[in-house]
Design a protein around this ligand. Sequence first.
Ligand code: GRF
Length: 202
Amino acid sequence: KRLVVLVSGSGTNLQALLDEIAARGADAYGAEIVAVGADRTGIVGLERAERAGLPTFVCRVKDHATREEWDRALAEATAAYEPDLVVSAGFMKIVGKEFLAHFGGRFVNTHPALLPSFPGAHGVRDALAYGAKVTGCTVHFVDDGVDTGPIIAQGVVEIRDEDDESALHERIKEVERTLLVDVVGRLARNGFSIEGRKVVTP
Ligand code: GRF
């Protein structure tokens, strides 16, 4: 299967996918990364892609007259690589109608909290501020809400008294990377169907 991965930051989730595919081989893993896209330049995520010899593309909101035009450009840039699955690995933008028209039902996101708790851009900070005792990460399909799509898998992380946002996020990301690599491989190898809110993998 062909994967396009979208990033906005350090790209450690992308790196985990790259490492697994390099270690196991794309055939055994079930998928290869065919391109990496970003919504900004100058990020480590893009450097990781280039180091791996992958094509990259950047689609910035500010280069487009409207958010809708940006969304259409992102959809077209992604579609050019003919992906079977698109993975948002720390991609910090909400996509619009056009992108979902192309990739709805095969667009996977990873979120650093146990959804439906603490959706949005500050899932780690919000769980900490709330005083939650456990949090974690959620790999889910993207729908037209913010972090509301069908859940594929979750991992749990305990919150420690001494945690600050960055320490907690680092522990979440360790679990998140393993979970994302596992989920994407399983979806790619086994196929899946989405029945309401339920994701069924054979
Ligand atoms: C992940 O925790 C992701 O869930 C969040 O941002 C982080 C991205 O990390 N939205 P990286 O860029 O993959 O290192």
